[in-house]
Ligand binder design. Structure first.
Ligand SMILES: NC(=O)c1ccc[n+]([C@@H]2O[C@H](COP(=O)([O-])OP(=O)(O)OC[C@H]3O[C@@H](n4cnc5c(N)ncnc54)[C@H](OP(=O)(O)O)[C@@H]3O)[C@@H](O)[C@H]2O)c1
Length: 239
């Protein structure tokens, strides 16, 4: 197990799913962890699952003042991660979407730019930033154009920033279909739908949030990795 003692880790979108799995893993590895999300409900739910030492705060990727207040409180950061969803997505062919629907998916990207703009000055020279993109960035399916373009923007942002903020590092982790609250809208059919949607990929199952968190730990702790994308997608890109 990696040792993150004496490291400060901040996870925006750390109150559910992939971010929460990372918060738990980083705390177990000895880090001082700050986790943020928008809603008190998710925050209380996450707090109940974590060691008392984890610091939970309300912050929104679309509210720079809330991010600045969080970063001012934390001070110096070793590893900054954003796993926030932060957008309403419309799954439909581009020509059947309104401009507003298509543009709304990009709120995730704008949120990430706010996290980096406000958080980067707090990241130590030997520290890292990790953003979560998604396999649609390089796996194209009918109806998913807004997700593909948003994920592609996140991955281009990481490459562009890596040459500007060096020696600080910035990477993306790109999940495939992962069993998190993001799919709760399926209700009672969730597990059946996730199984159907992943039956054709090499690993033939949805991923676990912990498996993506492991990829984020790799990006955080691999000191020679920057401007790169780590895929954790069960082989979905090949299917
Ligand atoms: N699950 C998948 O299949 C999958 C696939 C590809 C990519 N991803 C990406 O992986 C990342 C994590 O998703 P997940 O599956 O872990 O989703 P999740 O379980 O819904 O967790 C999302 C987290 O982000 C927080 N959040 C949402 N909007 C926010 C905002 N504007 N500011 C701050 N926090 C915000 C949520 O808390 P609040 O709602 O309380 O703010 C929650 O903590 C996302 O970027 C998602 O696009 C997921």
């Amino acid at each position: 197990m990696q040792n993150l003692s004496a490291k400060t880790v901040v996870v925006i979108g750390g109150t559910s799913g992939i971010g929460l799995a990372l918060v738990k893993a980083a705390a177990e590895m000895g880090a001082t962890v700050y986790a943020a999300g928008r809603t008190q409900k998710n925050l209380d739910n996450a707090r109940a699952q974590c060691p008392a030492e984890v610091n939970f705060r309300l912050a929104d990727t679309h509210d720079e003042a809330s991010l600045s207040a969080l970063f001012a409180e934390v001070g110096e950061i070793d590893h900054l991660v954003s796993a926030a969803t932060g957008a309403d997505r419309t799954i439909a062919p581009f020509m059947q979407q309104t401009e507003q629907q298509f543009a709304a998916a990009f709120q995730k990207f704008w949120g990430y730019t706010h996290v980096v703009r406000t958080g980067e000055p707090h990241v130590k020279a030997d520290g890292s930033i990790t953003l979560v993109s998604g396999s649609p960035a390089r796996k194209y399916k009918v109806g998913m154009s807004s997700l593909s373009c948003t994920g592609g923007a996140v991955e281009a942002f990481v490459r562009a920033l890596s040459i500007e903020i060096a020696p600080k590092r910035i990477n993306a982790v790109s999940p495939g279909l992962i069993d998190t609250a993001m799919w709760d809208a399926f209700g009672d059919e969730k597990q059946q739908k996730l199984a159907q949607m992943t039956a054709h990929i090499p690993l033939q199952r949805a991923g676990k949030a912990e498996e993506v968190a492991n990829g984020i730990i790799f990006a955080m702790t691999t000191n020679y990795a920057t401007g790169t994308v780590i895929d954790v997608e069960g082989g979905a890109l090949l299917s």
